[in-house]
Design a protein around this ligand. Structure first.
Ligand code: SAM
Length: 256
């Protein structure tokens, strides 16, 4: 991000263009006025996942309300890798969602497998987690969180053209570096199982899916959240935007 860009970055829903006026949410207004003690005309950076990143200034039409007056574009919208993470919800689901956002996933797909022992998912909290992580890591988009699916319909609806790398802790998969170097793919997804692992019937069904390939992350049994993030990191290093050298942001088309 250019050195002149404001420190505070916020995700907004509204369209971003010169002179646009975008209302802050109540939570954003509280954060700006009472936590960060921002004053009228202080700058912030806004992004909405469509229009790139824009400088805006804080306006306070009333004591409790904040409106952003959009000024100039700081960064053009750039794509994120077409990388999905499907995961059986685990106790530390927030860690999975936050770190996967930092690692550049474009979609998060909760999958209820046989041994999944988390039954309720707080989607509002997960959405807030993805937004905060996107603001912090300076990406220009927020991953989509799909509704939870049971394993069978998830597999039946998986797009045939999209490679599905499933993390098989039983040793049935190929070493991840081998599998990823075999096919530098731009559109793929990873599937990680629950604390109790995949059921054998699930592994059998995955083995029969033409677009699926089992992956091994070595001899140790990793926590699901560790396995998910390790796989995403390997993919980013071998196939993704980590190959951009100095960090993706340094190469993004910055508006002078
Ligand atoms: N059922 C396993 C056991 O108790 O031995 C533990 C499952 S592990 C905690 C959760 C998930 O992380 C697994 O289903 C798998 O998707 C992934 N995982 C963990 N270690 C892995 C490894 N070495 N290779 C591939 N996937 C792994």
């Amino acid at each position: 991000m250019s050195a002149a860009a404001p420190k505070i970055r916020l995700f907004v829903d509204g369209a971003l263009s010169p002179g646009a006026s975008v209302a802050a949410t109540d939570a954003q207004a509280h954060y700006l006025l009472h936590v960060m003690r921002r004053a009228p005309s202080d700058p912030v950076a806004l992004f909405n996942g469509r229009d790139g990143e824009w400088r805006a200034v804080v306006q306070t039409p009333s004591k409790r309300h904040v409106v952003f007056e959009v000024q100039d574009q700081l960064r053009a919208q750039s794509g994120t890798p077409d990388l999905w993470l499907a995961f059986a919800p685990v106790k530390r689901i927030d860690v999975v969602v936050e770190k996967a956002t930092e690692l550049g996933v474009s979609a998060l797909l909760p999958v209820m497998t046989r041994h999944t022992d988390v039954s309720r998912i707080n989607f509002d909290r997960l959405r807030a987690t993805t937004i905060e992580a996107a603001e912090q890591c300076e990406r220009l988009s927020v991953p989509v969180i799909q509704p939870a699916q049971n394993f069978d319909p998830f597999l039946a609806q998986w797009p045939q053209a999209r490679r599905l790398f499933y993390l098989d802790e039983t040793g049935g998969g190929a070493p991840i570096a081998t599998a990823l170097q075999d096919e530098v793919t731009n559109s793929c997804g990873f599937l990680v199982g629950p604390e109790g692992g995949f059921a054998q019937s699930e592994l059998d069904a995955l083995a029969l899916l033409p677009s699926a390939r089992g992956i091994s992350l070595g001899p140790r049994i990793l926590r699901a959240e560790t396995a998910a993030l390790a796989a995403l990191a390997c993919w980013q290093a071998l196939s993704g935007d980590w190959r951009a050298g100095l960090g993706g942001l340094a190469n993004q088309s910055l508006i002078p």
